[in-house]
Design a binder for this molecule. Sequence first.
Ligand SMILES: Cc1cc2nc3c(=O)[nH]c(=O)nc-3n(C[C@H](O)[C@H](O)[C@H](O)COP(=O)(O)OP(=O)(O)OC[C@H]3O[C@@H](n4cnc5c(N)ncnc54)[C@H](O)[C@@H]3O)c2cc1C
Length: 427
Amino acid sequence: MSNLPVTERDLFVVGTGIAGMSAAVYAAKRGLSVSQAGSTGEIVFSSGLFDVMAVHPVAEKKLWENPWEAMAAVSADMPNHPYAHVSREDVEKAYGELFDFLSEFGLEYRMEKDANSKVLTPIGTEKTTWAVPATMWAGVEAFKNNAPALLIDFEGLREFSAKQVATTIGEKWSNLKTMRLEFPDSASMKPILTGIMAQSMELKETREKLYALIKPHLNGVEAVGVPAILGIYTTGEILEEMEKELGVKVFELPTLPASVPGMRLKSLFEGRISTLGVDLKLQHKVFSITPLDDGRYEVTFGVQAPTEKVVAKGVVLATGRFLGGGLYADRHHIVETVMGLPVSQPADREEWHRTDLLDPRGHKVSSAGVEVDSSFRPVDENGKVVHERVYAVGSLLAHQDWMRMKCGTGIAVASSLRAVEAFVAQQ
Ligand SMILES: Cc1cc2nc3c(=O)[nH]c(=O)nc-3n(C[C@H](O)[C@H](O)[C@H](O)COP(=O)(O)OP(=O)(O)OC[C@H]3O[C@@H](n4cnc5c(N)ncnc54)[C@H](O)[C@@H]3O)c2cc1C
């Protein structure tokens, strides 16, 4: 291993989920040299909706209209929650810098500054979130106003049923009509999947055929909804063209994971992060991180075995939880997989899960993770910083049940920004 080629960098980011990608963006924009390694992460499973905070306390399922008030309540009630280490300004700044990057390459987001919005899920329930892909915004407004709208699904598409959405949401959107169409040239698609339809929508020919199919059904309709299929690479242009051609507002609804909005984010991050100078090693795994005597860290990585080495002044661990690979549970303990960092977890395995799977309080195992100081440096059980310039961010962090609290991406971006800023300040 000592013969591996060595590169020197300011920062090494482990992980290519939203936390790792945003950390790389923030660091590169601040002039740092950055190497990054990881596999796809949860991005591709994400609905594309970006939460700040919506549910607290989870046991009461209390939904908050104002995400910032929810965040303040969580910080006050849960002093170990990652949000207790950041301010509203941090979250806004982190999202702002991320939106600038995404928007530069055509992915726009919309939101109300001080309010959560309601997006219909593919099964017709309401999801409370903060920032919404611009392609979904007309649906948020049409739903809020009970506007006359037409929701379309497609013959043979099992992922999405317009009728199910309309039936579930019922009287709350009584002016929503549904219809089923045959997607252009779908006879050649086997199976019919939103990802394939989205690729096909990149072709002008497909779009023109679709517009012709929809146009006869627009009488009295103010908005037309489809499952998320409006392309992968030129989504903004497709939305604009479709609204112009149909003469009504157009919106997408999220679909089940792995969804097209998740694919768009993945494709944009993976394809464009190098424009900032980030040296991205996709599908690479970090095998070891060793502190050196001079305060730097030696990182070895490769596809199946270590084939490269970076010596970096700092490391951001954005390795996720069990799905991402940052945490691993053996028969007795939960361990952090890359550096063997201390993991905050219930004392006994018996306590990981409650007896009832659907217990409204959730399960203690969902809040296990790495505990950090206010600079997002991992600490041990006595609160002592473990490594001077190693930072843990995103869903790897302890004391958050992001799935129930609806705060996943907000924590990912805010912790990444604070970690990068702390590293810069330490230089
Ligand atoms: C189904 C689903 C739906 C979601 N919906 C929403 C939503 O609607 N709104 C919202 O705000 N959030 C949502 N989230 C959550 C959100 O996607 C995550 O909280 C957020 O992406 C943070 O993830 P992360 O980057 O911390 O971890 P992950 O996305 O899990 O990424 C972990 C990364 O670490 C890498 N890694 C791990 N070990 C190593 C190693 N040894 N070497 C190199 N790389 C390594 C992995 O390859 C991966 O790239 C959803 C998540 C899922 C799964």
